[in-house]
Design a protein around this ligand. Structure first.
Ligand code: SF4
Ligand code: SF4
Ligand code: SF4
Length: 187
């Protein structure tokens, strides 16, 4: 074999190796893009209950009226108290369900007798405006089982949540759409 023929074969091998390398790189890049797509998780807004100080802006700053933020209840940490400071207004006249004795401005927080001295508290979500008054009472004097959450059957997941912009404590965070709620735990 002449030197020219040898050089020709080496050049062809080099070019074919180069092409193989390039196509492997291309496969690698598209596999990477697919993996990135698969890993891209949809995010939604939620309130971190540990950071929320019940400032009241959740009721007034949402683009929706009433707000997409509602009070929710973690029953596993509720004391089922007879004298619930989330339910009763300070200086209440009587411990009964008269509107004048209730803290909630819309009557959204309901109570039901269980057995002496326990009562169960539930939220009628349609009436809740997310003002956080009951949450403040429950967190100041009770177990903190009442807390605020963005309800995803209402929230339109704005790119820039107007409550998040107004929140004084950066309590609004982005969470995966598959796990859209942050459960309150005993403090
Ligand atoms: S604006 Fe922030 S601190 Fe105020 S009630 Fe809403 S989440 Fe809580
Ligand atoms: S006090 Fe405010 S946050 Fe609590 S249930 Fe009533 S409307 Fe909802
Ligand atoms: S994302 Fe939009 S709709 Fe949802 S809580 Fe924030 S302002 Fe309201």
């Amino acid at each position: 074999m002449s030197n020219n023929e040898k050089n020709d074969i080496t050049r062809r091998q080099f070019l074919s190796n180069l092409l193989r390398g390039a196509s492997l790189l291309a496969i690698g890049a598209s596999a990477g893009a697919l993996l990135f797509k698969a890993k891209k998780v949809e995010l939604v807004w939620q309130i971190d209950p540990k950071k929320c100080t019940r400032c009241g802006r959740c009721a007034t700053e949402c683009v929706l009226a009433p707000s997409a933020v509602k009070c929710v209840h973690e029953y596993s940490i509720c004391g089922y108290c007879k004298l619930c400071f989330g339910f009763f207004a300070p200086g209440q006249v009587k411990l009964d369900t008269g509107a004048e004795n209730q803290l909630c401005p819309t009557g959204a927080l309901r109570r039901k007798f269980v057995e002496d001295p326990y009562y169960e508290y539930t939220i009628k979500e349609k009436l809740c405006i997310g003002c956080g008054k009951c949450v403040q009472g429950c967190n100041t004097f009770g177990n903190g089982s009442l807390y605020l959450q963005v309800r995803h059957d209402r929230c339109v997941n704005c790119n820039e949540c107007s409550i998040a912009k107004a929140c004084p404590n950066d309590a609004f965070v982005r969470v995966p759409a598959g796990t859209p709620y942050i459960k309150r735990e005993h403090t």
